[in-house]
Structure formats: C-alpha cells, structure tokens
Design a protein around this ligand. Structure first.
Ligand code: NAI
Ligand code: HPV
Length: 625
C-alpha cells in the first residue's frame, strides 16, 4: 500500500560521483524519452562560494587559459621544482601539466585531498602516478586527440630528415670550416689580429641518403598517431606493416596495413617507428635482445616515449652497425644529460620533444584540456577520463535514477547488518530486458560501493576510487544479470522508463539487525526499482514493500492486524515527524507483515522507543538514506 507520493525530483548532484567539489553544485536534469537527443543533460549551478583554483604548471595555449579563467582562478606557474609544486598543490583544486611535470604520489599526498582533477594537456600520462591519483579519488583527464596529427607529422618529418641526413647536412653547411689564418700586417702582436678565412662545407657525397619508396616501415603501436603515420608513409610509397596486440585488424586493413607479430616486424623492417605508450610492458621494449632480431642497417624513429628504448642498448646497436640511424624526439630523461652518447652521435637526429608542438595542436590541446578540467570540476563525467569510466551524457541521463537507487540500496543494505563492520561479499543482480552489452553497470557498481562503505567509514568514495576502495577494504562485489523478457527500443531507454527493470543487493553470511531483511536463502536482501523516475524500495528479505527512497526509513515487522498503521503513524505524528510514504508487505493475512515508513525528519530516540513498545511490533530499525 502506498500511502502518499512526493513529486519526483529531477535533479542530482553529480559531484558525488566524482571528486567532491566544494564550490560547485552540478544539477542534472534527466530527460524523458522524447528528450533523448538533447546533447547535454547537465544544468550547472555554480554556488556563490569561492571559485576553484587551477594551477597550470606548463605552457598552455591562450584559448585554454581564457576558458579556464571564465570558471576558475588560474595560477600559471611554470618551471616549479617538485618541492614548490607540492607546496602550491594544497591550495589547488585542479592541476594542468604537459610532459615536463612529474605528478608523483608526493603531489597527491601534499594536496591533502583538495586536488580533484589532474589535466594532462596531451596524450601520454606516464608522468602522472595514476595509482596514487585513483587512491586519492583524484580524476585524471587527458587531451587525447588534438595533437595526433602534429605527432604523426613530426614522425614523418624525422623519418624523412633521417633518411636524407637533413639535420647533419644543415649543421655542416652552417658551421662551415676555417681554412686558414693569416696576418694582414707584419706588426701583428695578438691572436685577435689574425684574419681567419671561413669556407662553407659542401659535403655532397658524405650526406648521400637512402630512399623511402619501396622500403618497409614497421609502425609499432597502431593507435591514433601510429595509424596517421602509416597513412602518410603509404603516401610516400612505403610498404607499411604494424604491430599492435590490441589494434583491430579491420582498421589496419582499411588503411592497407598488415598487422604482424612483434618479431616479424623487427625482422622485416627497414624503418621502425614507435608509437606505443610507455607502460610497464613497453618499457625498454627495444633492448639488446630485440635489437639483435632486427635487420642490419635498420633505421629507428621514436616520437613515443624515450623509455620504450633501452638507450644504452641503442648506442651498442649503432656501434655494431645493426642500427644505421635513429631519429629521436623523446628521451628517458628530458632533457638528456650533457654527456649523452646518443645525442652526440652524428647518426642520431634529435629534437627536444617537439611532437605536439605546432601552433594548431597547442591551441587544440589547450581547449581540449580546459574543457575537460572545467567539466570535471563542475561534476560532469569526463569523456577523456583516464582513471574513471567514460559514460556518455545520454547514458548518464538514463541511468540517473538507477544511480540514486544503487547508492540507497547499498546504504540500506549495510545499515541492516549487525555489528557495523560492513560486509565482505556482496552480490548485485541487475534484471533488465537489455542485453548485458547494452547496460554499463560501472556507475551503478560504484554507487553501491559508495553506499556500502560511506555509512560505516570516513572514506569518501567516488567513481574514481570506488573499485580501489572496495578492494582495499576486502569487499568483493560480484555482479549478475537477469535477462527479462521484452524488446527494448534501445539499450537504455527501457531501464529508465519501463519501470520493469529492478535490481537487488544480496549480502551473504552476515547477521542482520533487522532479521526480516534475511531472505529464505539466508541472505540480507534489499531490492529496488525505479518508478516514474524515483527510486523505490520494493523488497526487504522476503517481504514485498513499496516505499519511495527519499528522506529516511523506518522498517518495522509486526503481526498483521488492524490498526497497526494508525498506531505507528500517530506516534510519529505526536513527535512531529512527517511521513512521506508508507507501505506494508505481508506473508499472508493475519501473519507477519513488514511496514516501511519513509520519514522526512529523523525520529527522536523516544519516538523510536515508543514504536518498539507497541505490543504487536516484533522488531524495527531506523535507516538513514
Ligand atoms: N612526442 C610527442 O610530443 C608526442 C608523443 N606521443 C606519444 O605517442 C603515444 C601514442 O599516442 P596515441 O597514438 O595518441 O595513443 P593511442 O592510445 O591512440 O595509441 C597507442 C597504441 O599503442 C598500442 N599498444 C599498447 N601497448 C603496445 C605494445 N606493447 N606493442 C604495440 N602496441 C601497443 C595500443 O593498443 C594503441 O593502439 C602516446 O602514448 C605518447 O606517449 C603522443 C603525442 C605527442
Ligand atoms: O601528448 C603527448 O603525449 C606528448 O608527448 C606531448 O608532450 P608535450 O605536451 O608537448 O609536453
């Protein structure tokens, strides 16, 4: 029985999904089906409180700075030492860096929880300690697309420059040579009186290059940059092969590139161009052993990261004649040390990490990262999140009431457990007519985790750190799908509007402080649905109830007999507690029943005591949602 219903709320602070934001409240209007095409679902209201502070630690394009300034106080402080960065960071809500700043664990620790977003104005995030960011609930976003072409063009520029000795020849012509010194008069006393004759060097035979046409180029890492390099190299008449364990074969085929194994790429390439990220598995992937597998005279281009090459091994491979030339934009340590053998080797062409440095790319990257950082600070889920799920706005809008339901079911479940020490194993079952692939449960799982952990700890759980926090606390969450009959119009519409979808949380092997929450199978079980956009509790243990999950809740088991609703209701009325919703579920007439009562205000201890003293009441519990 549903006694009353409040109008559905249409707003939710998405900041609770992301690192908490003290200054902005992001309200989400969730569209009905007919509004699905709306591009954005976010209505953002920034509170009148202090503006957030964004520290820009490396040069960023003006367009990006202007965008940031519309929303935040912007502190552009370049060339900070690690110590200075750690000092400043405790006053900053966001940090924007390029490849030159190391965002280490120390930085997150020094921020004391204030740092909510790190924006990497570029692709590679190897300079950000992602594990530390995640553990601190700090979102990391990057700008993955705006510098792709710039990096690919730089790769091609290095390839051609290396093959034709451009930088060496240019240096030689410019440097020229002193051919002789003579004394213009017999009275010369000082060296400065000598006149030097300067001649241009014109070493045409020394700098004969090699042709690219018809040669085999192995692109290692067939992602955004790698595939653009491949496309351009094909235009130069090269035979292009690629190695990338994760790249789809059809994408390679579409460009006319053959995907090959790592060893085959090494063994057949005349040129090797590196385009994979620096990770634990790509670190020093070119080393003594792998250089030994290469064709003699191979030429290597690296616009990825210095760390993917063992630089000492490259020096040896050059000396052994395995590698004829190399062109490097990136180094293990940047800038490389003054005694770097690689830099001083004439066969090696070098640039100071210029891959992304075109006017166009830097403007694009600045805008891309500024938008991502501002969006994240506003509480929106970032499309370029590196350590959190990327959920499209439309999906978010549809999932919104379920996200709320998920957190509340988690909160209810953990509060129903005796002892307050939480749970170790939770099973979440999602019932939906959507095919499993059409239902992204990461958000829901994060919110259940939040609901399960926050009421019993001081840990702040958000979308970034939910899985980490669960793991750290030894909480295992398993997920199961029940596929309902029906044919959803689209993967997500059905969940939001049909009211047929439901999910329940089961917690095994625990004692409940409300024994009725234990189902026939011995598990604490709560189940909920979304009705008209509002989360409802529909089952507690084996009892069917129907109460909107707003405010707080009293669950009460009693003997099913006339007058019980009135008795409990009048206790609450006398205590000035407003009842928002009430529902009774029973096993059979005149047997046991569970009453779920939604209350706007927390009842006093006295009110709860009086409810407990009603003779037919067998047990009851007050739960904060
Ligand atoms: N020099 C510069 O200024 C710039 C350097 N970069 C570097 O280039 C890298 C690639 O950038 P994008 O193409 O935008 O990234 P991406 O993520 O689109 O592509 C990287 C590709 O590498 C592949 N990969 C991962 N592990 C691999 C392995 N062990 N062997 C072969 N392939 C592997 C991935 O499957 C992916 O397809 C970045 O991580 C960054 O380090 C990017 C832009 C500018
Ligand atoms: O985007 C990348 O991965 C880059 O390497 C570009 O680095 P940068 O922003 O120019 O320091």
């Amino acid at each position: 029985m549903a006694a009353s219903a409040k109008p559905p709320t249409a707003s939710l602070s998405w900041n609770k999904l992301l690192p908490s934001s003290p200054f902005a409240t992001a309200l989400v209007s969730f569209p009905r089906r007919r509004n699905r095409s709306a591009k954005t679902v976010f209505v953002v209201a920034v509170s009148s409180g202090a503006k957030p502070t964004v520290l820009v630690a490396e040069k960023l394009g003006e367009a990006g700075i202007s965008l940031l300034k519309e929303f935040a106080n912007v502190d552009c402080s370049y060339n900070l030492t690690q110590e200075e960065l750690c000092t400043k960071i405790s006053l900053c809500d966001a940090l924007i860096v390029r490849s030159g700043t190391k965002v280490t664990r120390d930085v997150f620790e020094a921020s004391s929880g204030r740092l909510k977003v790190v924006g990497r104005a570029g692709v590679g995030i190897d300079n950000v300690d992602l594990a530390a960011a995640t553990e601190h609930g700090c979102l990391v976003v990057n700008a993955p697309t705006a510098n792709t072409i710039a990096a690919a063009e730089h790769g091609i520029a290095l390839l051609a420059a290396m093959a034709r000795n451009i930088s060496q020849a240019s240096e030689s012509v410019k440097a020229g040579s002193v051919v002789k010194a003579f004394c213009p008069s017999a009275k010369v006393k000082f060296v400065s009186d000598l006149v030097y004759s300067f001649a241009r060097k014109w070493q045409r035979s020394k700098y004969v290059g090699v042709s690219l046409v018809g040669k085999t180029l192995a692109v290692m890492g067939f992602g955004k940059v790698g595939s653009e390099v491949a496309r351009r190299a094909k235009g130069l008449g090269m035979h292009v092969i690629a190695h990338d364990p994760y790249a789809p074969a059809d994408r390679a085929r579409a460009i006319g590139v053959e995907l090959v194994s790592f060893d085959e790429a090494l063994a057949t390439a005349d040129f090797i161009s590196l385009h994979m990220p620096l990770t634990a598995s790509t670190s020093k992937v070119l080393n003594d052993e792998t250089f030994a597998k290469m064709k003699k005279g191979v030429r290597i281009v690296n616009v990825a990261r210095g760390g993917v090459i063992d630089e000492e091994a490259l020096v040896k491979a050059l000396d052994a004649g395995i590698v004829a030339q190399a062109a490097l934009d990136v180094f293990t340590v940047e800038p490389p040390p003054t005694d770097s053998k690689l830099v001083s080797d004439e066969r090696v062409t070098v640039t100071p990490h210029l891959g992304a440095s075109t006017m166009e790319a830097q403007e694009g990257v600045a805008i891309e990262i500024a938008e991502a950082v501002v969006g994240a600070l506003r509480g929106e889920l970032a499309a370029t999140a590196v350590n959190a799920p990327m959920v499209p706005a439309e999906v978010l809008a549809e999932l919104k009431p379920f996200v709320e339901l998920a957190e509340k079911l988690g909160r209810l479940a953990v509060q129903l457990i005796a002892g307050g020490s939480g749970v170790k194993s939770v099973k979440v079952t999602y019932a939906s007519a959507r095919a499993p692939d059409d239902l992204d449960t990461r958000l829901l799982r994060a919110m259940i985790t939040k609901g399960l952990i926050e009421p019993i700890s001081s840990v702040f759980v958000n979308l970034v750190n939910a899985d980490f926090t669960a793991k750290q606390r030894g909480l295992r969450i398993s997920e199961e799908r029940i596929l309902l009959d029906g044919s959803p119009e689209s993967p997500l519409e059905f969940i939001q509007v049909s009211g047929d979808s439901k999910f329940f949380v089961q917690i095994a092997n625990v004692e409940s402080k409300f024994a009725s929450a234990i189902s026939e199978s011995g598990e604490v079980k709560v189940e909920g649905k979304v009705k008209d956009g509002v989360p409802h509790l529909t089952k507690v243990g084996s009892f069917e109830v129907d109460v909107s999950l707003e405010g707080s809740l009293i669950l009460c088991r009693q003997v099913d007999q006339p007058g019980m609703i009135g008795k409990v209701g009048s206790v609450l009325g006398e205590e000035n507690v407003n009842v928002s919703f009430m529902s009774v579920g029973r096993i059979a007439p005149r047997k046991q029943a569970v009453m779920a009562i939604g209350v706007d205000e927390p009842p006093s201890k006295d009110a709860l005591k009086r409810i407990g003293e009603i003779p037919a009441v067998e047990e009851f519990v007050y739960l904060k949602l």
